[in-house]
Design a protein around this ligand. Structure first.
Ligand code: C2E
Ligand code: CA
Ligand code: CA
Ligand code: CA
Length: 267
């Protein structure tokens, strides 16, 4: 599958993809899917992660990660990211009302380029205002890569976001090279353990140790730990025994279309 994808990308060429991406928003080719994030102790859905999908006109199945990589290189991610943010907030505001879940959180992936924009906090403020979503119902997922450079400026932004009530998580935690010192200074709420560790955890002692360490580290810094990519009952039970706060993965639920979320929450 990977070979096919790479080949497709080559054939289409980045330029062609760029040209298509350029019209993707106005042509309404993007949509979001939503994956439940489950409270380990209570078994309840407390958040959804919004995941971008692109219905390419020629039905070329370009992986979302490859598409985002191209959009990051040419800056298109800024416009796309803005669309994602607004759509996710709008959708969550609707769910909060119709499903009477006032504290439902929407988690939105934010690319480094977006976060580094001078106007980033302004965009967040305006999106919350426009959609009516309270700040505490939005969580931004940033990667370790963001946390590394230009610390003072980023700290300012994060403090401003905190004042709006917006939560922050570090995505794919454990895969980067950041120093722990950064995380003690940043007002982070959640560490999301990368799925590569969850995947290997049961057989691989090293991965198991990393998972344990991240959970304990999160708790000692008064953060929550989320395990992503939970695919088996065994993994789930292990994580619960280690007091991992939240679980996300195919074993609990695959990403859902918005309409299916409506159904799943009504029960
Ligand atoms: P991520 O943020 O780490 O998201 C988790 C990915 O793991 C998603 O892939 C999800 O569908 C997948 N996943 C969930 N549960 C399982 C599981 O049990 N097993 C396995 N093998 N995979 C699982 P997806 O949707 O293809 O997204 C890939 C990546 O693309 C995301 O990784 C994120 O880095 C990026 N991405 C997706 N949507 C956005 C977006 O709106 N903005 C930005 N900047 N990046 C996005
Ligand atoms: Ca994520
Ligand atoms: Ca992740
Ligand atoms: Ca990832």
């Amino acid at each position: 599958q990977f070979y096919n994808r790479d080949l497709e990308v080559q054939i289409m060429e980045e330029q062609t993809i760029e040209n298509h991406l350029h019209h993707a928003i106005e042509r309404k080719e993007f949509r979001l899917m939503y994956q439940p994030i489950v409270n380990g102790e209570r078994g309840t859905i407390e958040a959804y992660e919004a995941l971008l999908r692109w219905n390419h006109p020629a039905h070329i199945n370009l992986g979302v990660q490859q598409m985002i990589q191209i959009a990051e290189q040419n800056g298109q991610i800024l416009e796309i990211g803005k669309w994602v943010l607004e759509e996710a907030c709008r959708q969550n505001q609707q769910w909060r009302k119709t499903l009477q879940k006032p504290d439902l959180v929407i988690c939105v992936n934010v690319s480094a380029l977006q976060f580094e924009q001078r106007t980033f906090t302004k965009t967040i403020r305006e999106t919350l205002k426009k959609t009516g979503l309270p700040g505490h119902c939005l969580e931004l997922e940033i990667t370790e890569r963001i946390a590394m450079t230009g610390m003072e400026e980023k700290l300012e932004k994060m403090k401003e976001l905190k004042e709006m009530g917006v939560k922050m998580s570090i995505d794919d935690f454990g895969t980067g090279y950041s120093s722990l010192a950064y995380f003690t200074r940043y007002p982070i709420d959640t560490l999301k353990i990368d799925k590569s560790f969850i995947n290997k955890m049961v057989e691989d002692q090293g991965a198991e140790t990393i998972v344990n360490t991240i959970i304990n580290m999160a708790h000692s810094m008064e953060m929550k730990a989320v395990a992503e990519g939970v695919e088996t009952r065994e993994q789930m039970e292990y994580l619960l025994s280690k007091k991992c706060d939240f679980l996300q993965g195919y074993y609990l639920s695959k990403p859902l279309e918005a309409e299916s979320v409506d159904g799943s929450l009504k029960d």
